[in-house]
Design a protein around this ligand. Sequence first.
Ligand code: FPP
Length: 261
Amino acid sequence: MNGLDLTRLPKHIAVIMDGNGRWADGQGLPRILGHRAGAEAVRRIAEAARELGVPALTLYAFSWENWDRPDEEIQALMALLEQFLDSELGTLRKNQIRLRAMGRLDRLPSTVLRHLNQVMADTAHLDQMTLTLALSYGGRQELVDASRRIARLVCEGRLSPEQIDEAVVSRHLYLPDLPDPDLLIRTSGEQRLSNFLLWQISYCELYVTPTLWPAFTKDDLVQAIAAYQQRERRFGKTGAQSPQSAQINGASGRRGGEVGG
Ligand code: FPP
């Protein structure tokens, strides 16, 4: 119907939701109304991803660097997040979507954190899709935090430096059980990664669209997935080593269980 091969959907889509401010400027509105329209797009795209059958969607909702924005904008974004958590529990339940969060969450205002923890607890059993909000999140900060946890294990004698490999690092990221993204979408045309999921995107396919986040629709999502399905994923191998059947559904899984922390 939408031209997608539903047997070869990305298992995990990550999105850098950019362009709220420019969208508002274009409409002659204050920036905060751009963020409000951005929050509506979050609901729209989460529902669209769920309808298409994408198992995991991760949205960059507030970066570590966003704490350097003017206080007024930070407060408005936090208020919007709190409202979103209040109003969307029903949507999450109706669509059987589990909400998770990743980042240095302890820096969030306590009321936001309380709402977030409540919605995560209320949806923890839902299994049709996982929606992860990256909040107070930075890829470098995540690697620093993982390094600290691993260093603690070494100091306690529970791990030797020689045992540290990619799997150990992966297991100490914020959400170790979340598979690496297969597709990273960035809206509003900027071609940069902005400190998002730096470890997890090593072999992710990138898709940049000029569409501003508040204007991003289900059709745009379908178009991004269609572009992804055209890609040949080789994971560092030659084309001959990567038969079509193994390409798109390829090596997104990672991480078993091991040392906790
Ligand atoms: C970038 O737009 C986007 C953000 C700073 C964060 C995204 C926030 C939302 C989508 C709204 C709130 C989210 C939830 C989950 C309720 P920008 O302001 O940098 O845009 P610009 O580059 O055009 O100025």
